[in-house]
Ligand binder design. Structure first.
Ligand code: ADE
Length: 222
C-alpha cells in the first residue's frame, strides 16, 4: 500500500518510523511519504490560509495550494481522505475498507479547515473522496487523526501484524463486541486472582465465559 500525507507539520508523522508501521516500511509492505504543503505556496510568506468568505472567526486553507499538491498525488486508484470534524465517523469497518485500497492520500487541514471546493473538485473529476472524522471533538488539525487512521488501517495489511490470529480475535472485528478481559502471569497479583475458569483447561467453558464478558463490556459502554 502507498500512503501520502499532506500537512504543514511533516514532523507530526515521525512516529510512523516506529514499531510495526516502521518495520512494515522497512520490509517494503508499506510506502509512506509525507509532503510539506508549504512547498506548494508561491508567495514570499508561504501563506496557506486566508479569511473566510461570509465572515467569522478563524482562517481557511486556500484551494490553489491544496490543488497544486493533490494534482501531483492523485491517480485513478487513489482514495483521498480529507480529515475534518464534520466528516463521516471513522470505524473499524472503514479501516477494513481502506485497507484494501492501493493508495491513500491524507489531506490534513488546520485552522477552520480546507476550502470546501477542494473535495468538491476531486469528487466532480470522479476521484474517490472521503471526508472523515475520528470522533466528536475538535483537534488542532488533521495530523493526529491521520496517524490514528494510518495505524488502524495498516495493521490490517497482510504481514504487518506478526500473528494474524490476533486480528481475527479482535472483538471489534467480531460482531462489534469489545474484547474480553485478559490476564497473564502471575496467577495472583496484589490479592487479585485470575478468574478460576481460565485455569480450568475447559476450552468450551472458557470460550463461553469470554463471550459473556465481551457482551457485558459492550453493554456497559453503550
Ligand atoms: N480535525 C479536527 N478535528 C478532527 C477530528 N475530530 N477528526 C478528523 N479531523 C479533525
Amino acid at each position: 500500500m502507498k500512503i501520502d500525507a499532506v500537512t504543514i507539520f511533516p514532523e507530526y508523522f515521525a512516529p510512523l518510523e516506529l514499531s510495526l508501521i516502521g518495520k512494515a516500511q522497512e520490509r517494503g509492505l508499506l510506502n509512506i511519504n509525507v509532503h510539506d504543503l508549504r512547498a506548494f505556496t508561491t508567495d514570499v510568506h508561504h501563506a496557506v490560509d486566508d479569511t473566510p468568505y461570509g465572515g467569522g472567526a478563524g482562517m481557511v486553507m486556500m484551494p490553489e495550494i491544496w490543488g497544486a499538491a493533490l494534482d501531483l498525488l492523485m491517480t485513478p486508484t487513489t482514495d483521498l481522505i480529507i480529515l475534518t470534524p464534520a466528516g463521516r465517523r471513522f470505524t473499524q469497518r472503514m479501516a477494513e475498507e481502506f485497507s484494501t485500497s492501493e493508495h491513500l492520500v491524507f489531506a490534513c487541514g488546520r485552522y477552520e479547515g480546507i476550502d470546501s471546493r477542494v473535495g468538491e473538485h476531486y469528487s466532480s473529476k470522479n476521484y474517490r473522496v472521503h471526508e472523515v472524522s475520528i470522533g466528536d471533538y475538535v483537534l488542532g488539525g488533521g495530523e493526529v487523526a491521520s496517524l490514528v487512521m494510518i495505524e488502524a488501517i495498516t495493521r490490517l495489511l497482510p504481514g504487518v501484524v506478526g500473528n494474524p490470529d490476533s486480528l481475527v480475535e479482535e472483538s471489534h472485528a467480531q460482531d462489534g463486541f469489545l474484547e474480553y478481559p485478559m490476564y497473564t502471569k502471575p496467577q495472583m497479583w496484589r490479592d487479585i486472582c485470575v478468574p478460576e475458569i481460565l485455569l480450568s483447561g475447559n476450552h468450551g467453558a472458557i470460550a463461553k465465559w469470554r463471550a459473556d464478558e465481551a457482551k457485558r463490556r459492550a453493554k456497559k459502554q453503550s
